[in-house]
Design a binder for this molecule. Sequence first.
Ligand code: HEC
Ligand SMILES: [Cu+2]
Length: 313
Amino acid sequence: MNSPFSLPEASTHAVTVDRIFYLLLVLSGATVVLVFGLILLFAVRYRRGSSAKRGPMPEFLRREFEIGWTLATLLSFVFLFWWAGSADLSSLAAPAGSLEIHVVAKQWMWKTQHPSGAREINALHVPLGQPVHLLMSSQDVIHSFFVPAFRVKQDVVPGRETDIWFQASKLGVFPLLCAEYCGTDHSVMRGKITVMRPEDYARWLVQQPEGDDLAHEGAKLFVSQGCSGCHAGSSNVHAPRLAGIYGRMVQLSDGRTVKADDGYIRDSILQPKRDVVAGYDAIMPSFKGLLDDGELQSLTAYIRSLAEEGSHD
Ligand code: HEC
Ligand SMILES: [Cu+2]
């Protein structure tokens, strides 16, 4: 469905969202017509002085009719809830094997980084027909990543990583907007999403200037920020080795067990006193204010790459 007054449907999710939208539109339209039709009909039929019958309701209208319309509305609402709910749920978990792109929002621009390390500002090139998973965080205030043509909108929050995924289904260039008022230049915090054929995307990617990928950047930070001073195998400080921790369950000193995911690693770096690993002293300093979100993403990517190497042997 692509009428002249509607947005392009440029992602798989957009098609589902629009179907739900049109169904709601038709249902509400039919309800409006029915209700206003009846108001008109009754106003004319039972106008003052008309000879229409005004006795009690006919018997069949009382019970069956009441039960019938109540059930019908209930069932259609349950169906709508199920349909919209499952569409929403499927938009949350990115399929395995998605292309992972890091996004950092700041006043007032979007910075994106491809797995190869290629960076863009206020732009994002993606391949057609492949799921793209965005891992996003903000360097200052709350922003919101909004691509109307994909029907995708997700808040980008400082101090936290949010994510969203989409699969582009049309070639072209589509606007990216910030959908959360974020200060003076909020209205110009825009970008362009370019959907390319996969082979064109691959060609575009190799033409980009060589950037360090996140994990390599993280490896450098790990040394320059002094993490390796405690965490490296050669260190004299009693600190846990980080190889292989990503994705594992970690036993904490207060008895809890937590999964070492992105959020846990982020918290370990920013608020080390909160989740202290069992068997260690809480001597790790907080790096809050010392690392920006891009650096946190790089460090996390580095620790994660250690896990991937660890899982091979
Ligand atoms: C002064 C030594 C020291 C420095 C510097 C240090 N850490 Fe730690 N780190 C520790 C100790 C000790 C623990 C275990 C106790 C705890 O959880 O607080 C730890 C825990 C961690 C954990 C959780 C590990 C696990 O097994 O669950 C992560 C992740 C981590 N550090 C990352 C880093 C990063 C990244 C840096 C640099 C930005 C860093 N650390 C700097 C000493 C240090
Ligand atoms: Cu913004």
